[in-house]
Write a protein that binds this ligand. Sequence first.
Ligand code: ADP
Ligand code: MG
Length: 717
Amino acid sequence: MSKKVGIDLGTTFCAVAIYNESTKQPEIVKNRFGNKITPSVIQICDDGEIIIGDEAKDAFDEGDNGCITAFKRGMGENKPYAYVNGQGYTSEDLSAILLKELKEMAEETLNDTIDEAVITVPAYFFHKERQATLNAAKKAGIKVRMLINEPTAAALNYGIDHFRENAIILVYDLGGGTFDVTLLQMGQNKEINCLKTMGNHILGGKDWDRALVSYIVSLIESETGEYLNDDFAFINSLSGKVEKIKKDLSKATQTKVKLHIPNYGLYETIISREIFEQITKSLLDQTVTLCESILLESHLQWHDITDILLVGGSTRMPQVSSYLQKISGHKPLTLMNPDEAVALGAAIQTTLPLPKYNTYTASTNETIQKGQVKPEEKLTTVASIRVNDVQAHALGIIAVNSEGTYYENQNIIPANQEIPVKRAKKFKYYTSPNKNNEVDIYLLQGTRPILECEILNKYVISGIRHMDEPTTIRIQYSYDMSGMVHVQARQEDDNIDLPIREEPIEEDLSRFGQPIPKQKIKQEPTTVLFVIDTSGSMAGERIKEAKLSIKDFIKKLSLHNVTYGLIAFSESVTQVVSFSNRPSKIIDKLPSFDSGLGGCGTDADPFPTIQSMFNGIRGKKYAIVLTDGEWYGNARKATSTSQLCKDKDIQIIAIGIGEADIEFLRKISSMPADALKIDVTQLRTSFGNIAQSIGGNTTTREDISYSEVETWKAVDE
Ligand code: ADP
Ligand code: MG
């Protein structure tokens, strides 16, 4: 029967564990060399041979070429982490090599195949790093049951042996490059609930190393006068040595340091633990500040914490435990081996039911229920345990604020929601009948202003149907149980997803930090009335071109909010299409729209009808009047009735073909420039130009792609 394992894929070491059904305990699976942990080191030899783990670490310590370490730090990056013999290797590739080896070694030890694994990741790992971890496992031929956060796994391992109902546990995880603090509570139904997690991704053992380097360099300067800060070769070699000094100081209260200094010779000094603790006190303070923030946010105080659990190699420094004890009044628990705890927790997870999706709850900052902590018990059956995890990062979307003046980061999933979780929000979007309606979604991590957030991904939603009214798009973000983000979108109340694709994020996103120009966001409604001469003289080419021109006009006017109407005038005035923001209404009428409609002569004055149709209409108003001749008895009257329209802010554009008189056109148009006498063959071009200039009054061509984003407004939840 094949086995399920837990894998701690660490920066410096890895460990594999399995849940032993007969002892009801998780156990470490030793590697080929009988070791419980395997160094995360890979050596790529000149002949192409790949050496992994213990032997690669030995080679690294010998100073051999081609050794790659700490590649977990580059997870999710789209570039090689290291080059060996001219070939680049990404962290994902290197992790795949390592995982494959771990799997094979464990299969040898267990004398069985492994069909599934729970892999641990730092709580701060985000989508790309998690994705890279999943990809690496896939390349290694490992089916991943789920990813689990390292502090949660450590707490799970601790929790089954030391379960105390109502206990609140603070997991302090100080690794090589990062620091995470996580609060968990042991609940009433034998569940371990992760309440909150926070981290600093640029604070870890490395920083203690760096502090030691600068201390030693300044010590040398004061004692020998040698200034070494610019001597990169010396600094590099010292950086390689300080980790050992640091580790020595975890065991002994002082250690002897011997260094070879260029131009000086052998230099010897003694470094005490006390000094080391002094020079790194500010680093420790930073971790404690973060612990205090998580307590503050949870309305807890140090005395509410039942236990502090230390995880991560750097918690072996005695200063960590003594300082935490001083500040909290609790002796932190160091009873378990930090190198194994995480893998053991992951092994337990292989036996637990997989978590189910939660619906979003608004009460993330609810006060934690403090209760009487019950006596410790050892849970013999883990099947009853539930582990509820959270995700450290809030997820937002770039949208327009309610005034339409700025872009803002609108939160969809707040930080520290129990995962897996889904949440949808509705946004208003103006479609256009004339083009593909697509919407850009920028996935933001965190709750800070847009340009201070990490933009994780850009998605383009396509296939949005045109709607006359602004349509509703529901955007759903979800975190799955492995903390991976998924984005889905639906229109209106549809129950199928819109197509969605990923696109590279543009380099220059500065526009999201700037105010939105007024004309871009607040598009005034625009109303266009076609006023077409249908007298007998329009028959044939003239009316045919007029109809094509109307069609072209509609196609070229790319505004969101346009209403069209159509009237005919000849011996009488006919309202063919009353105002509608559905251009298809006009298009559908055109086949039956012909000369002779309303009579053969041109006696009727259309302006009173125009005026009454526009009555009560707001925004930009245009009447496009097309005629091919004299208005006989009405010419004089029309100049005054048109004036009434102009007084109502209706912009009259008068276009004449055939026998039309330019002087007359100028009289009825709003401005002399709005009168046009052209040949029928130019009619379509003219209509097109007018459409573009009307469009340009509201928004320029380039702005149109922006305006899609700009019309994102959350309407409700
Ligand atoms: P990660 O999870 O990032 O791989 P680990 O939990 O393995 O990190 O911790 C690695 C860090 O712990 C390194 O910075 C290492 O120097 C430090 N470390 C390991 N052992 C000791 C020790 N005995 N004393 C002090 N620091 C230690
Ligand atoms: Mg670790």
